[in-house]
Design a protein around this ligand. Structure first.
Ligand code: AMP
Length: 349
């Protein structure tokens, strides 16, 4: 989606992706290699003017290698800031951004002690390499500690208080090379099994200004360039930080049709040193993810104002293999379109 947004700007792409079936490969040269493959990294930097990424678990040594040779944006410190959930939460606290109660845990006795201190229900997460609900186990009772420790299979964990949230929201901001910033409207996200199912931008959300101020603190702290996503829980009408993603984000896919400038174009503008484009909404919109399987194409194309994005990935349970954005001129019209869509294709969402 980054490359699709970049082509009209006249940009060309080289992709380094360890996946044989990299879905971006039809749009540029694909270097099929491990992120830490020095030969591939050398070829990569010889062919490009600027590097960026859309996967937050790129290993830090690969980022450092590239950053030493070509501009690498957002910078390696922005990439690594969100890679460890414990470090990330400490950074939020230092910046005065509220977080759920948490403890680092490195053994079963430490987990049991943390569960007593924090209380149950709670959630155990791996510090590293977790996304889309992977590497997470819910603790309903103290007696779940042993089975959680066994099942999660990593010694570097955090225990986090279970947050009885009213809503989950995210805010996407973009910061240019000259430090100017723009923010998209707050998005309300519905998750199931830790995966976003629908993402709907909200006009004039009362928490917009607060979310922007938290994003700005993180962006300045990391000297950030590009799109940054910040996910929050809403509790008692206040924002509690969940996590950041130093990249374009699933909760911003609606911007392709629903905003004046998509998150993808604005990310590319930022990392290539161009001015940012308007983040204003165009009408109202909602994005739905297709998880595991796709509804029949012949039926989807008959839906008025549905914009389809099929990723060309092999269908697999719990895998995001495409999305659609529904657009409308008013919130009631969008409510009706979404309800109708969910009734017909709920099994795929
Ligand atoms: P994460 O990968 O940390 O964003 O977690 C994925 C999803 O799991 C979140 O979007 C929430 O729906 C849920 N979740 C994660 N942490 C908590 C928590 N502390 N309390 C309640 N729900 C949570």
């Amino acid at each position: 989606m980054l490359a699709l947004a970049g082509y009209p700007l006249g940009l060309e792409f080289v992709f380094l992706d360890p996946a044989a079936e990299a879905c971006a490969s039809p749009l540029g040269a694909h270097l099929h290699a491990d992120y830490l493959d020095q030969k591939a990294l050398t070829t990569f930097v010889q062919q490009i003017d600027v590097a960026t990424y859309e996967f937050e678990n790129v290993p830090a040594p690969a980022a450092d290698f590239v950053a030493a040779r070509v501009p690498f944006r957002p910078a390696p410190q922005a990439l690594t800031a969100g890679q460890d959930r414990f470090d990330e939460k400490q950074m939020f606290e230092r910046l005065g951004i509220p977080v759920p109660r948490y403890r680092p845990v490195d053994s079963l006795p430490a987990l049991e002690l943390a569960a007593r201190e924090i209380g149950v229900p709670a959630i155990v997460k791996t510090r590293r390499m977790g996304y889309d609900g992977k590497g997470q186990v819910r603790l309903r009772n103290f007696s779940d500690c042993a089975s959680a420790w066994q099942s999660i299979g990593s010694p570097a964990l955090i225990l986090e208080a279970w947050v009885p949230f009213e809503r989950e929201v995210s805010c996407l901001g973009v910061r240019a090379l000259d430090g100017s910033v723009a923010f998209y409207p707050l998005v309300e996200n519905v998750h199931r099994d830790g995966i976003i199912r629908t993402a709907r931008p909200r006009q004039n959300d009362p928490l917009q200004a607060q979310a922007e101020s938290y994003l700005l603190r993180v962006m300045k702290h990391l000297d950030y360039v590009g799109v940054l996503a910040f996910e929050f829980f809403v509790v008692d009408g206040q924002l509690l930080a969940n996590e950041i993603a130093p990249r374009v984000h699933n909760s911003g896919h609606w911007t392709i049709e629903g905003a004046e400038t998509s998150q993808f174009e604005n990310h590319l503008r930022a990392v290539t040193g161009l001015n940012l484009g308007s983040t204003a909404q165009r009408g109202v919109s909602v994005m739905v993810n297709f998880i595991g399987d796709l509804p029949p194409l012949a039926e989807l194309v008959n839906i008025d104002r549905l914009h389809l994005h099929v990723y060309g990935k092999t269908p697999k349970p719990l895998r995001k293999i495409g999305h659609a954005t529904l657009t409308a001129d008013s919130e009631p019209a969008l409510d009706a379109a979404l309800a109708d869509f969910q009734q017909r294709f709920g099994a795929y969402l």
